[in-house]
Design a protein around this ligand. Structure first.
Ligand SMILES: [Zn+2]
Length: 249
């Protein structure tokens, strides 16, 4: 959600290589942005040479990625975690719960300046959509969702940013359908209209349904036939309605 601070430019010629945090961030980005595909075997020797770092630093960075569920340790070595319907379901169920909590706190605190910025981000998204530049569309899109929850607590924002990163991995690997994109336009407008009307229940409902529909669009591509039961439970808790959106519209 929030832009991660740029990894510090670490000198490679100091004989030490980059620090663990920078290495972790670089590998994390490679996985989240799809350069390291799901299931790719990770050789410590090869990665160590490629990044010019010691085995100790590499092991530490990889341990952090294991904790975050992005790397799996198998008897025959480490590999990039697979994508699955169940994983996506869990990510989105958590997002729904956490977004709802965050929006209830943040939406009533959005200022006129925030609203103007949200309008500007929608205009940027409309522009990039007109020219078909979906790589650039993603930046104002993430900024839009991040700004909606900006007045929640710092811990909430951190958890949401991490969940959004994980969802981004799926969005990068599996592109949204055309139907889903046009549905998203109307949904973003409805979210902002609810903010302007200062109707927090409507904001929460609109965001939660928007996320649920996103999940339904992606899960069909990740694992056709998978029933996102975890997210359905979250929807029921939040809206008293377990009906999942059935199509991207
Ligand atoms: Zn959105």
């Amino acid at each position: 959600m929030e832009e991660s601070p740029a990894a510090p430019q670490t000198a490679h010629d100091d004989g030490l290589g980059e620090g663990v945090d920078a290495l972790h961030e670089r590998l994390r980005r490679d996985i989240l942005e799809g350069r390291l595909a799901p299931g790719t075997s990770l050789s410590q020797v090869q990665l160590g040479q490629q990044h010019g770092v010691s085995r100790t630093k590499l092991r530490e960075a990889m341990r952090m990625l294991v904790d975050e569920g992005l790397i799996e340790l198998r008897p025959r070595g480490a590999r990039v975690a697979d994508v699955s319907g169940a994983d996506l379901d869990e990510i989105y169920a958590q997002r729904l719960m956490m977004e709802s909590l965050a929006l209830r706190r943040s939406a009533p605190r959005l200022s006129p300046d925030d609203v103007a910025e949200l309008e500007g981000l929608l205009a940027q998204m409309a522009h990039f959509e007109r020219v078909g530049d979906y790589a650039r569309w993603d930046r104002p899109h993430r900024a839009f969702h991040a700004l909606l929850v900006t007045h929640s607590g710092p811990r909430t924002r951190t958890v949401l940013a991490q969940l959004d990163d994980h969802a981004m991995r799926y969005r990068t690997l599996f592109h949204a359908s055309t139907d889903a994109r046009s549905a998203a336009d109307a949904e973003h407008r409805a979210i902002l209209d609810a903010v302007i009307a200062q109707d927090t229940d409507a904001v929460v409902g609109a965001v939660v349904r928007h996320l649920a529909r996103n999940l339904m669009d992606i899960v069909r591509q990740v694992e056709p036939g998978y029933e996102p039961v975890t997210m359905a439970g979250a929807l029921e808790q939040l809206l008293g309605d377990a009906a999942l959106p059935t199509r991207a519209g």
